[in-house]
Design a protein around this ligand. Sequence first.
Ligand SMILES: Nc1nc2c(ncn2[C@@H]2O[C@H](COP(=O)(O)OP(=O)(O)OP(=O)(O)O)[C@@H](O)[C@H]2O)c(=O)[nH]1
Ligand SMILES: [Mg+2]
Length: 315
Amino acid sequence: MDESNEQALRSGFVALAGQPNVGKSTLMNAMLGQKISIATSKPQTTRNRILGVQTESGVGQVVYVDTPGLHKPHKALNEVMVDNALSSIGDTDLVLFVVDAPAAMRKAQGGVMTADLHVAEALAQTKLPIVLAINKIDRLKDPGMVLPLLDAYMGIEGISPLGAVPISALKGDGLERLKSVLLSHLPEGPPLYPEDMITDQAERFIAAEFIREKLTLQTRREIPYSSAVTVEEFHDDPRRGLIRMRGVIHVEQDSQKGIIIGKQGARLKQIGSQARAELERFFGRKVFLELHVKVSRGWATDRRALERLGYSKLD
Ligand SMILES: Nc1nc2c(ncn2[C@@H]2O[C@H](COP(=O)(O)OP(=O)(O)OP(=O)(O)O)[C@@H](O)[C@H]2O)c(=O)[nH]1
Ligand SMILES: [Mg+2]
């Protein structure tokens, strides 16, 4: 027997999986204490796999893999999103199945939502261990509903969850407990990434995502779903403490371009200044952001255009 009191380190990959809009990205950011993955009130915000590393000195490392919400794809972009979500989930050690508790109350009277049954079916195929996070409990009208809800979800056939933790990713409730539950189910082993690393995402990608978040928040209807953002230039000038970026918003149609630009450029200006403020916080530098809108006709339904805009199929 090991005479020392030292616990073995535990480390591994945890996939954040679930329907769109349940709070996966909000949860990852809350766990990391820093915004890496964009989150909005509109479903299908996350389009790529986003990695977030949480290191607990002397305890271990949880590597979160945030994924696009699982939904029925209706165009090529959505197919790539869902395919990539499933293949990213399959590469992890443990799945955290995130559930929107108030939505389950509203749509299934405290039972399991049909859409979550579909998610569970897809997750069962990975044969990975599953932990449930019952999220948004701050929004439950009756906190007493949490227990029956946990029971209902623990009883989903075919997935045998290892446990269920009620949380509020937004308010921070239950997150410490969730972290220890996740760590307790990860394999023993040293950290997988350097202790000071928080993500493997390229700076240009993060910049494009922050711009897309502000665009999604500032627009309505089909516009967020018809838009993609690339950062074509990214010049870091540490001597001047300045980063210069040129971002391009790609839309599917001319009319969408006009809407995004707004009256006398007002909307584009607002998107730009909100994105800039957030980029400056993230990079710790002054940011000079130039934004353009370009019509890339039908990009969301064209495989080759999707690849050019950063939505390639993972192997
Ligand atoms: N009240 C409340 N709102 C939350 C909580 N967690 C997330 N939200 C909100 O739910 C919405 C969706 O959050 P996201 O983190 O973008 O959800 P997601 O699961 O990543 O969504 P997709 O990327 O579209 O799959 C946002 O408006 C969040 O602020 C929570 O614990 N309580
Ligand atoms: Mg997300």
